[in-house]
Design a protein around this ligand. Structure first.
Ligand code: ADP
Length: 168
């Protein structure tokens, strides 16, 4: 499926309509990809996000991209992995679904996702990538407005996990 791409690198540098941030519930910045996005977007991002009133796990909210090349940042909060019995899989799927829904509502055609929850939040990588790819494929069956979804991989093991699933 050529609408899905995998790329190695830093999500903050991509020329897409929207990048997705693996944020925390405060939406005010954190470590990992969240920290990188806040640094690259500049201090206006935290000022804007203060008005969003936080975000629950599995939900998504949108902001401008400010200093990054992407026009929008979609902030979603992945679940913290705690063994798999706390709805983690459903909540992670919700992150992808709700981010894509917001993208459609905002006329976004190209969107890049990091590997949500697989860093500090410790979600098992293989399962997380299966959920990510599964949700995006499901979405493409019903929606034609988005032209490209890019899975951005910051490290080789994440890249290999997506590659295995997409036979790329
Ligand atoms: P979480 O708290 O949801 O687990 P992390 O930011 O800790 O989020 O990790 C999620 C994924 O994002 C990890 O694969 C991590 O390597 C990756 N990552 C970190 N920085 C960047 C970046 N600048 N661009 C793309 N991916 C990144």
């Amino acid at each position: 499926m050529e609408k899905i791409e995998i790329q190695k690198g830093d999500i903050t540098e991509l020329n897409v309509d929207a990048i997705v941030n693996a944020a925390n519930t405060s939406l005010l910045g954190g470590g990992g990809v969240d920290g990188a996005i806040h640094r690259a977007a500049g201090p206006e991002l935290v000022e804007f996000n203060r008005k969003l009133g936080g975000c629950q796990t599995g939900e998504a909210k949108i902001s401008p991209g400010f200093k990054i090349p992407a026009k929008f940042i979609i902030h979603t909060v992945g679940p913290v992995w705690s063994g798999g019995k706390n709805n983690e899989e459903i909540l992670l799927a919700n992150c992808y679904r709700n981010s894509l829904k917001l993208a459609v509502e905002n006329g976004i055609k190209t969107i890049a996702f990091p590997a949500i929850s697989t860093g500090v939040y410790r979600f098992p990588l293989e399962r997380a990538t299966e959920i990510a790819v599964g949700e995006v494929k499901k979405f493409f069956k019903k929606n034609e407005s988005i032209e490209k979804v890019i899975f951005v991989c910051f490290d080789e093991k994440t890249f290999q996990a997506y590659k295995k699933l997409l036979n790329a």
